[in-house]
Ligand binder design. Structure first.
Ligand code: ADE
Length: 224
């Protein structure tokens, strides 16, 4: 999978995209992440990528020209499955959407800033709009990183233990059951006996019951 990220704050991606599973996924060749600085596509001598909104109102708007130039250049090099704009008024990211997008070959993520992007970008260049939740961030960069991380760990071969993504919370619309590790007793706090019993089938049943119980208590909406 190839992910092209268009942003006016490329430095923000340096840490999160170069650690842990996402770093390993790139090293193993499962994923290629390319960050594009929107300012490099500005024809303005001051490298401006924003301007005042027509009709007035507070806040700057990312202009269409540098965005179109960047997307057009990328599209001239390969075919993209989706051109995604991160925005609080997009469709809310859920695990099912992450599963679906993780199977794509090439995607572009466009990060908004200030008051957003010129509506013509959304009307003519974007194929999908995604929000990571009902709150407003300073820009789309953190949202793009959240989306990229959620997809990358699902790309086949990225996780060492392939089954571990399948037992994540939200797969099957259930939250994940509790997990324990050594020691079996700490300060008198004990690990549930069933988990050290060695009865595989009973452990599976217990885990499923715990997942249902946790979901009923914390996220009953998932069971509806
Ligand atoms: N940009 C600002 N807030 C956002 C959000 N909640 N989701 C996606 N992009 C955003």
């Amino acid at each position: 999978m190839r992910i092209d990220i268009i942003t006016c704050l490329p430095e923000l991606f340096e840490g999160p995209m170069n650690q842990s599973i996402v770093k390993r996924a790139q090293q193993k060749g499962h994923v290629a992440i390319h960050i594009h600085n929107l300012r490099d596509y500005s024809t303005d001598k001051h490298k401006h990528v924003d301007d005042y909104a027509f009709g007035g109102g507070a806040g700057m708007v990312l202009t269409i020209e540098p965005i179109d130039r960047c997307i057009s250049e990328l599209k001239s090099q390969r075919t993209y499955d989706e051109v995604i704009y991160l925005t609080p008024d997009g469709e809310t990211l859920k695990q099912g959407m992450a599963n679906h997008l993780s199977l794509k070959e090439n995607i572009i993520l466009l990060c908004g800033h200030y008051k957003g992007v010129d509506q013509r970008v959304r009307d003519h260049l974007i194929t999908k709009e995604i929000s990571i939740g009902d709150y407003v961030l300073s820009g789309g960069e953190l949202a793009a990183m959240v989306l990229a991380d959620s997809l990358i760990r699902l790309v086949p071969g990225v996780l060492n233990d392939e089954s571990s993504a399948l037992t994540d919370s939200f797969q099957d619309n259930l939250l994940a059951p509790p997990v324990y590790s050594r020691p079996a007793e700490y300060k008198g706090w004990k690990v549930p006996e069933i988990l050290t019993s060695g009865h595989e089938a009973k452990i599976e049943t217990w885990r499923h019951e715990q997942a249902v119980k946790r979901t009923q208590e914390r996220r009953p909406d998932l069971l509806e």
